[in-house]
Design a protein around this ligand. Structure first.
Ligand code: C5P
Length: 242
């Protein structure tokens, strides 16, 4: 390998990609259609996160992992996302399986960075992404956006009464995107399938992902009232941008 080849190889190892698992149904929302397609501020919920991820100049490709039975996604006009957006119809039974299948299908270089982001977090901003990338691009492990726990935490007993108060010191709520090297994350998810986020699989290998402080506005739409809050935040953001 000559000098220029090796410079190019080093420059190439740091490609950034996004992967959006969107093969779930979201039963807690209580609707007939999967939650990522529920209308939110004039568009399907998933479009908000996809718009932000596609607008991030550092990100080369935005993979969306859909259920093999999904017939909805292709019905939308996807032209606004351009070539950056790549749907993959390989979602699994769980979020972890959908991410693992997506990583396999995306065929990324092991050293590429991948930012896994839930379709149900529509209030992600470019500033959040910048913070994540800048804090982690030179990190050996990777990490995730998160917020320090603000409320007092109670552990319940089976009868729904307070068993005890838990300390909230050094407790954080994990958000997404979670950013890891594609090879390490794929390996971690093969080893550890029973996890609710990507960082947990990396932790199970003995690594310590970095917590990157974000804002509570990057919350996951889980219950019907979350949708109302997300609408308010997105309408506020668009009126500020005008
Ligand atoms: O259900 P929950 O809100 O935890 O899902 C988080 C994300 O994982 C959502 O974007 C959902 O579509 C996705 N998911 C998936 N495959 C599954 C279950 C959830 O891609 N089998």
């Amino acid at each position: 390998m000559n000098y220029f080849d090796s410079i190019e190889r080093i420059a190439n190892v740091s490609e950034f990609h996004a992967l959006v698992p969107a093969a779930g149904f979201g039963a807690r929302m209580g609707h007939e259609i999967p939650k990522q397609y529920l209308p939110l501020a004039g568009q399907p919920m998933i479009f908000h996160a996809l718009t932000t991820l596609c607008a991030c100049t550092e990100i080369s490709t935005v993979f969306v992992v859909l259920s093999p039975e999904d017939t909805q996604f292709q019905k939308y006009d996807l032209s606004r996302f351009g070539d950056k957006l790549q749907p993959l119809y390989c979602g699994g039974e769980t979020r972890a399986e959908s991410v693992a299948n997506g990583l396999l299908a995306a065929e990324l270089e092991p050293d590429d960075w991948v930012m896994v982001h839930d379709a149900a977090r529509p209030c992600l901003t470019l500033a959040h992404l910048d913070r994540l990338i800048n804090e982690l691009r030179d990190d050996a492990v990777g990490g995730l956006l998160a917020v320090p726990v603000a409320d007092t935490l109670k552990r319940a007993d089976a009868a729904g009464r307070v068993q005890r108060t838990e300390s909230r010191e050094q407790l954080w709520q994990a958000q997404t995107p979670q950013m890891f090297r594609a090879g390490l994350l794929a390996h971690a998810l093969q080893q550890c399938k029973n996890v609710t986020d990507d960082a947990s699989a990396i932790e199970a290998l003995g690594f310590k992902p970095k917590l990157v402080a974000c804002e509570p506005t990057n919350f996951k739409v889980t219950y019907p009232q979350d949708r109302v809050l997300a609408e308010l935040l997105l309408s506020h953001a668009s009126s500020v941008a005008k």
